[in-house]
Design a protein around this ligand. Sequence first.
Ligand code: NAD
Ligand code: MLT
Length: 311
Amino acid sequence: MYKVLVSDPISDMGIQMLYDATDVEVVKQPGLSEDELIAIIGDYDALLVRSQTKVTEKIMNAGTKLKVIGRAGVGVDNIDLEAATKRGIIVINAPDGNTIATCELTFAMMMSTARMIPQAYKKTVGGEWDRKFIGVELRNKTLGILGMGRIGSEVAKRAKVFGMEVIGYDPFLTEERAEKIGVKLGTVNEIVAKADFITVHTPLTPETRHLISKPQFDIMKKGMRLINCARGGIIDEMAMVEAIDQGIVAGAAFDVFEVEPPQHDHPFLNNPKIIVTPHLGASTIEAQENVAIDVSEEVLHILRNEPFKNA
Ligand code: NAD
Ligand code: MLT
């Protein structure tokens, strides 16, 4: 029997195939500390995580039978990949399953910041009837997209339907593909200088850390709005707060933070121009099922020494 430990909340429907497999025993234990994981991981052949579990080198060293770690989502930044490689543990993710969920959250955030919906909601339920929330339309505005992979491309398609002009930057985006999806190409600084809205959809890497920082805020179009539903740290948080104070940025919507969860005194949390959500990009029933199905399939292949596609 292969033993699979599920250490984060992962859709039961999505991992049903693991429960159904006659050669697999599934144990669900979300919320374990690193020490608690270290104490039990030696019994397991596979570990399934979302983003809460930080899979450290110590955990992998204790996982003497561990063959595969499955990440039910895109980013593998909560897994020490170097340690996994050293120990020959295969790390797989689910790159496609939450694309639409995150794209749709990005759009919801863009519209919320354009029309200040959360701010207006807060006042209305607080008993105030404040009709001074004058927003902006998306139509005829320029949307800059940094990172034109799965999510960025889906955002671009929807923005076109809303009548926006879209300019994108991605080192791997060809002229041909850009033309096909109706996106103009630009450099980061060209986009920053022109866009009314900017949304980022890159991974967090040394190259993308603070991709938007003081030099970019200095050349930004006054009154623009920023969205980050990718990874905290791509936009320099402190530089953005300054840019809001200076009236450069009119509004921002962030689903992700440099440190999650943010401290209670984080400057985003009491700024009326900044909308925040607690890393909910992938949090739809559909996405959670999709990513769990994708990793479960691959984990089964790997445990059974069958060919697999994602590593
Ligand atoms: P993807 O790999 O399909 O796309 C990322 C794109 O970024 C690629 O096309 C890559 O070429 C591009 N890129 C890399 N370095 C770049 C740079 N320096 N400048 C510009 N572009 C660069 O990934 P995806 O599925 O579209 O996910 C995008 C981001 O969203 C990831 O960081 C992922 O972890 C995050 N994400 C967040 C949530 C959430 O819950 N908020 C959910 C899913 C994904
Ligand atoms: C991801 O990288 O897939 C996201 O952070 C979503 C998540 O797992 O919550």
